[in-house]
Design a protein around this ligand. Structure first.
Ligand code: AMP
Length: 266
């Protein structure tokens, strides 16, 4: 297993001709993943664990927008447009997101590999990614799709509590604060995000299912889809993912026709 890479993701956050402070090294075989899954499934946590384990870079489009909010004036014109759309509560337009990805081609080509998180979100974005990768002779290793019954996702999200001061995240049953309603880190009150309330979560979930179903079919048709059961502890789910990935890439290189079947080793 390669050593974990700890670069500053300068290219991803700022784009252009920058170089990461510690560019990931050349690999015999580069792992390039797309991570998919509904809100609240723990995709961000899995992205971090997987990247640490596989030594690849976590490339989150949401992170770019959050970082750009701080950069403000230094943000490129494409990013400034995206921030405007994000702040008005919409998904950023395909044109803008694709422009942002184009500015970060170096990350997609990087020999260190990547886990894309939050992109693509639509068929138009997936097609653009496919063209970009094909034009630069880069192959995706797999598209990991995390799955969990909707009731469990609602329970996870509706138990989440966030500190309004230091942003620490707790859970009423899975990661309860020492004193109910109070942040362990800074002692300030915890609150429930508006969009974590069960009614809102169900609406977000329906929207996700409508917009993502086509992407699942899209990647299944390309024999890239690897569905993973997202029940269990973060480390357990990560182990399940890497085991499934090993089996998947093994069967893919052997030309097996079962490469896109569900693989959920527990
Ligand atoms: P995330 O952290 O992935 O949930 O993204 C946070 C916000 O960034 C989203 O609610 C969107 O406004 C925007 N965003 C991130 N990635 C995309 C994308 N691929 N397409 C459209 N909007 C995106």
């Amino acid at each position: 297993m390669p050593m974990p890479v700890k670069n500053d993701r300068a290219v991803w956050f700022k784009g252009g001709d920058l170089t990461c402070s510690i560019p990931p090294g050349k690999r015999v075989k580069t792992t390039r993943l797309v991570l998919m899954g509904p809100p609240g499934i723990g995709k961000g946590t899995q992205a971090q664990l997987l990247c640490k384990r596989l030594g690849i870079c976590h490339l989150s489009t949401g992170d770019i927008f959050r970082t750009a909010s701080v950069l403000k004036d230094q943000a490129s014109p494409a990013l400034q447009t995206a921030l405007h759309q994000m702040h008005s509560g919409e998904l950023v337009s395909d044109t803008t997101v694709i422009a942002i990805i184009r500015e970060r081609l170096k990350c997609l080509e990087c020999e260190g590999g990547f886990a894309l998180d939050g992109f693509p979100r639509t068929i138009v974005q997936a097609e653009a990614l496919e063209t970009l990768l094909r034009d630069h002779h880069v192959d995706l290793t797999a598209v990991i799709n995390y799955e969990l019954p909707i009731d469990q996702i609602v329970a996870r999200l509706s138990g989440r509590r966030v500190c309004g001061h230091c942003r620490a995240v707790f859970h009423l049953t899975q990661a309860a604060p020492k004193t109910p309603g109070v942040c362990d880190n800074c002692g300030k009150p915890l609150y429930q995000r508006e969009d974590d309330r069960p009614e809102s979560v169900r609406v977000r979930m329906r929207a996700y299912e409508q917009s993502t179903k086509p992407l699942i079919d899209y990647y299944q048709q390309r024999n890239l889809l690897l569905s993973i059961d997202a029940d269990g502890t973060p480390n357990g789910i990560c182990r399940r993912t890497t085991t499934a990935l090993r089996e998947f890439t093994g069967s893919a290189t052997e030309g097996s026709s079962t490469a896109n079947q569900k693989t959920n080793p527990r």
